[in-house]
Design a protein around this ligand. Sequence first.
Ligand code: NDP
Ligand code: HSE
Length: 436
Amino acid sequence: MNPIQVGLLGAGTVGGGVFTVLNRNQEEIERRAGRGIEISMVADLDAKRAQEIVKGRAPIVSDAYAVIRDPNIEVVIELIGGYGIAKELVLAAIAQGKHVVTANKALIAVHGNEIFAAARDRGVIVAFEAAVAGGIPIIKALREGLTANRIEWIAGIINGTTNFILSEMRDKGLDFDVALKQAQELGYAEADPTFDIEGIDAAHKASIMSAIAFGVPVQFDKAHIEGITQLAPIDIRYAEELGYRIKLLGITKRTSHGIELRVHPTLIPANRLIASVEGAMNAVQVFGDAVGTTLYYGKGAGAEPTASAVIADLVDVVRYQSVDPDKRVPYLAFQEDRVINTVVMPMGEITTSYYLRLKVADQTGVLASITKILAEQDISIDALLQKEALQGQSQTDLIILSHQTQEKKMLLAIEKIEQLSTTLGPVIKIRLEELS
Ligand code: NDP
Ligand code: HSE
C-alpha cells in the first residue's frame, strides 16, 4: 500500500522533531501502522528557514491553503500555534475532508467544541495527543486506558516553563526573571511567555483533560487561573520548612456540586512522587475509582518528545481512518450525545486546605485573635510556624496551615484578619492539596 500523504503546516520546533523522528524510525512506525507515512508538502511563512528543517524531503509553500487543497493529502498536521490562522486552517482542512493532527492546546481549549462538531459532521479524525503534556500519552490514558473508571480528580504539573522556574528558584536561589530567561533560551516557553507564567497554558491543558475525564464540553472560559508571578521566594522556603513543595498545578475534580477546574500555585507534601518532578518535566496524577492513583511522567515539551505524540496520532489516523466514524474512539472519550454540561464551580465554592503567611506585630494576644477569627469561620488549624522576630524588630512572620475549608469562608476570615491592627500587611494565601 502507498504511504499515507501528510501535509505539514508550520515547520518550527515541533515540525522539525516530526521530520527527525519519522525519518529515524520510519521502519518501526510502518511496521506498527501497517502503512508508510510521508510528509509530502510543507507550508511555512519563511521558506528559507523551513528548508533547514525539511532538507529537500518535501516541497515548501508559503500558502497553507495550497496544502489543504492538495487532493493527494489525506492528513494535515497543524503546528503553527495560536487561535487565529490555525483555527481557520484546521476548519478548512476538515471541510476538505482531511484528518487533522494538532499539538495546539490553545486552539483545542478555546475552539475544541466547534472543531469537534465540524469534524464529526465531516466524519474525519481530529487528534491532539501532543496538546497536553507533550510526549506523555495522557490523552490516550484518560480516553482509553482508564475507560473503566469513574475518574474523580486529576492534578498535573503541565507547564514545563513554570516548573523549571520554580525548581531554579528553590534549588539555586535564582530570581524569577533570570529563570524565565533561561526557560526561554532552552525553548520551553511559549512565543508569548505570559501564557506560561500566568497559568494560561496550564489552564488550556487542564480544560482539555477535564473534558475527557468527566464527559463535559471543553470549558477553558470557566477555569480559574493564577500563575506564579505573585509567588515570593520566602513562601517557597517556608513551605519547605513545613514539609511541602510549591508547584503550579492544573487541577480538575468531580464533586457533588459540580466540577472544579483551576490552575494555581499549590503546596503539596514533599513526600508525594509528583513533588519530586523538577525542571521542565511534566507529571499528571489521575485518581480513578477502580485503579486508584496513577501517575504519568515525562517530557512535556521539546521537539522530539512532542513529535512522539504527533506521530502516535498519525499512526492512529492510519489505523482508524477506514473505521466507521461512529465506531472510532470519541474525541472527548464520551459518546457525543452523552456529554453533559456539568457546571464548573465558582472558586468561592471549592474546598481545599490553605497556607497563610501573615506579617504580625510581635506581641501577646495576636495569635489568639487570629485563631478566634478562623474558628468563627469553622476553619481548623493543621500546623503553625511562628518565626522569631529579627533583633530590633517588633514584627514577625506567622505561617498557618489550615485543614480543608470552603474558599469563601477562608476569604472572609482573611478579610477580618487583615482588619486587625496587629496584622501589618496583606495575608498571603496559597492553596494546599494533599493529593492522597
Ligand atoms: P514554532 O513557532 O517553532 O513553529 C511554528 C511555525 O509555524 C513557525 O515556523 C512559523 O513561522 C510558522 N507559521 C506561522 N504562521 C504560519 C502560516 N500562516 N502558515 C504556515 N506557517 C506558519 O512553534 P512550535 O513548533 O514550538 O509549536 C507548534 C505548536 O505545538 C504550537 O501550537 C505549540 O503550542 C505546540 N506545542 C509545542 C511544544 C514545544 O515544545 N515547542 C510542546 C507542545 C505543544 P514564523 O516563525 O515565521 O511565524
Ligand atoms: N510552553 C509549554 C510548557 C510548552 O512550558 O510546558 C509545552 O506545552
